[in-house]
Design a protein around this ligand. Structure first.
Ligand code: HEM
Length: 444
């Protein structure tokens, strides 16, 4: 073969190879699929370029491969509502390994049917309105006030870090009490190191590092909890904390779930409670700092509450919280903007026909909730806390904690956002440099 033909062959092979890589880059690599395109950061006020392009090309429902799973993506709000309504009938919860792994495939969060029902009831024992009102609000108020005062004395602080610390400070003893200070610190360090955001980066290396840190936090945190539980079991001591309640319920139910599962539940609840609520508080603080009219109306609402409070030294009461109408609207608006759960995963257990679309049995559906303006607590255009039987168990806790934080912030302090508070979407809101505020005590 002449040199001319050999060079021609090599060039042809190179062109084929490069075209193939280019095709994969545009349409997704096997396994990785379109994961990096989906999680590629974009501007806070933009629509996801990935979703935009797909929707223009294929309409509101289309197929892709994300996090190693062949997936139908639904951006249609009627289809989404129907999917979540048909939980345990035509669809079951089914998160890809990449998201489920940090919690463990056996985590009760991923259980269905009766076990899910039991665990939800148990979780609401801790986080439902009744317990918030009776056992949580008082300490939540005191600890929030104290932390704010301490942080404000520094003149500037990171909101996520402060809120996350104050939540672990008032909730950890309620979940698992009488810990030695060093055990409590170790546990809290692991709760805070856990992150659902490890994949929210377009850099494979930092995603790998994030996943490693999260898995390590899970392993170490759960080991601490197991040791504490074993010690309590041997000594027979009871403290009336959530761990005692959970074990009691478990014994009554006769082995529907085991002790390891309870430990996993306690660990995951403790991680989620501070991670989600602190992020949502950041968004609320950013939103009101950038909207002087909203801040003025918030101040008015909270000054009125203060003026009519009989016990001037007492904290926010449940009745006062229920009257915070404007605050609740401001929180809803910041949750809408934050879009903290930008996708939910379900699996079709049979062929399902919705609005003229057929979702074949066995397919995973990624529900992309709408971020519309209607602010009822659950509607097809406002699903920040999900919908149906899987609706968020911590929604009321998050609203209460944010309301109390805002109450003390707007009635006692002058504050402004520091300059480097960039927010991007990946696709949920993400703060690469955190959200910090400059803060000083209001002159009385
Ligand atoms: C503002 C903050 C929060 C947002 C936006 C949020 C959002 C959500 C969403 C969208 C779901 C449904 C997921 C699905 O259907 O696949 C959910 C479920 C859940 N959330 Fe939250 N959440 C927040 C705060 C919390 C807090 C503070 C807790 C307390 C630990 C919590 C605990 C749970 C639990 C246990 C579930 C599973 C419920 C079930 O499977 O029945 N969440 N959350």
């Amino acid at each position: 073969m002449s040199l001319f033909w050999i060079i021609g062959l090599v060039i042809t092979l190179l062109v084929i190879r490069i075209s193939h890589w280019w095709y994969l880059w545009i349409n997704g690599f096997p396994i990785i699929g379109e994961t990096f395109q989906f999680f590629k950061p974009y501007g806070f006020y933009e629509i996801s370029p990935f979703l935009n392009k797909k929707m223009l090309r294929y309409g509101p429902l289309f197929r892709t491969s994300i996090l190693g799973v062949k997936t139908v993506v639904s951006t249609d709000m009627d289809v989404n509502m129907e999917i979540l309504r048909q939980e345990n009938k035509s669809f079951i919860l089914s998160y890809p390994d990449g998201l489920a792994k940090p919690l463990g495939k056996d985590s009760l969060f991923f259980k269905t049917g009766n076990i899910h029902k039991h665990i939800k009831q148990l979780t609401l024992h801790l986080l439902g309105s009744e317990n918030l009102k009776r056992k949580i609000i008082k300490d939540m108020d005191r600890v929030t006030r104290e932390h704010l005062s301490l942080k404000a004395s520094e003149g500037r602080f990171d909101v996520k870090d402060a809120v996350s610390s104050l939540i672990t400070a008032h909730m950890t003893p309620k979940v698992i009490s009488n810990l030695k200070p060093e055990t409590q610190s170790k546990l809290i360090k692991n709760f805070k190191a856990f992150s659902f955001d490890w994949f929210r980066t377009s850099y494979p290396l930092s995603a790998g590092r994030g996943l490693y840190n999260t898995l390590r936090a899970c392993r170490e945190g759960m080991q601490v909890l197991k040791d504490v539980h074993m010690r309590k079991k041997t000594s027979g001591e009871m403290y009336g904390d959530f761990l005692d309640t959970a074990i009691e319920v478990l014994e009554k139910e006769g082995g529907l779930v085991n002790e390891d599962a309870i430990i996993t539940l306690i660990f995951t609840l403790s991680c989620i409670i501070q991670d989600t609520t602190s992020k949502a508080t950041c968004m609320a603080v950013k939103f009101i700092s950038e909207n002087p009219k909203v801040l003025a109306e918030l101040k008015r609402e909270h000054e009125t509450i203060l003026a009519s409070r009989e016990d001037k030294d007492g904290g926010v009461t449940w009745e006062e919280y229920r009257k915070m109408t404007f605050t609740n609207m401001a929180i809803n608006e910041s949750l809408r903007l934050a879009n903290m759960a930008p996708m939910m995963f379900r699996k079709a257990v049979k062929d399902v026909e919705i609005k003229g679309y057929t979702i074949p049995a066995g397919w995973i559906v990624m529900v992309i909730p709408s971020v519309g303006k209607e602010l009822r607590s659950v509607s097809k255009t406002f699903m920040v806390f999900g919908a149906g039987v899987r609706q968020c168990a911590g929604a009321e806790f998050a609203r209460l904690q944010i309301s109390i934080f805002l109450h003390h912030l707007v009635t006692n302090y002058d504050f402004s956002l520091s300059q480097d508070c960039e927010v991007i979407r990946v696709p949920g809101a993400h703060f690469p440099n955190g959200i910090s505020i400059n803060i000083s005590k209001c002159p009385k």
